[in-house]
Design a protein around this ligand. Structure first.
Ligand SMILES: N[C@@H](CCC(=O)N[C@@H](CS)C(=O)NCC(=O)O)C(=O)O
Length: 212
């Protein structure tokens, strides 16, 4: 874990984080929007730091993000972390049907959008686009099917669920807004681009990190 930044003060939330990860970005946005202070521990995935035994004791899946609570318990999976942090806040609809609709977007993002976008993006960022061209083409095929469904849903709407910004928008927009870095032609999706713009204008929203 490359840049452990721990204070001696009272325990606070600790996010095991990667600056490139769209899944970690979701958590940083929500923590900022909720005004919750936290410590960051940055891991270098390319160096294999998520596979180190000390980290595996915190993350049974050997992946970031991990949220360590003040009592030492750790939570894995970005969706679970978002739901835990947002419990009882405006980011989760009170209405049971709308809450379930919000969850449907969290599941769709993880099942249909995240992998085709994230994997293509990693290949591009690591300079492997030429050697992985066939894999990228396959991921783009799947990713565009999901993006097209998102585009159609958003075309007549402002937000994914109901009439306001929720966790659904926060979670779904992160990898979608990084898709261009994975070689996706996002000019095809005007409603998505307008929506990611609206998301980024929400109070407390933070951009993807550019440094540690
Ligand atoms: N479904 C998980 C995915 C987490 C994930 O894929 N994390 C990546 C970074 S975005 C990671 O830690 N990869 C390290 C590895 O697989 O070795 C979530 O939403 O938290």
């Amino acid at each position: 874990m490359s840049s452990l930044r721990l204070s001696q003060a009272a325990p606070m939330l600790r996010l095991y984080d990667s600056r490139f990860s769209g899944n970690c970005w979701k958590i940083r946005i929500l923590l900022s929007q909720l005004g919750i202070p936290y410590e960051r521990v940055t891991l270098d995935i390319a160096k294999g730091e998520t596979a180190e035994p000390a980290f595996r004791r915190k993350s049974r899946f050997a992946r970031v993000p991990v949220l360590e609570l003040e009592d030492g318990h750790t939570l894995v999976e970005s969706g679970a972390i978002l739901l835990h942090l947002a419990e009882g806040t405006r980011f989760i609809p009170e209405d049971a049907f709308l809450r379930a609709e919000m969850l449907s977007w969290l599941f769709f993002e993880q099942g249909d959008l995240q992998k085709p976008i994230a994997t293509s993006r990693v290949y591009h960022l690591r300079g492997m686009a030429a050697e992985r061209a066939e894999d990228i083409a396959r991921f783009h095929h799947d990713g565009h099917i999901a993006l097209e469904k998102l585009e159609q849903w958003l075309a007549p709407r402002t937000w994914l669920v109901g009439d306001r910004y929720t966790l659904a928008d926060l979670a779904t927009s992160c990898y979608v807004s990084l898709a261009g870095q994975g070689g996706y032609d996002m000019a095809r999706y005007p409603a998505i681009r307008a929506w990611t713009g609206r998301v980024s204008e929400q109070p407390g929203w933070v951009p993807l990190l550019s440094g540690d």
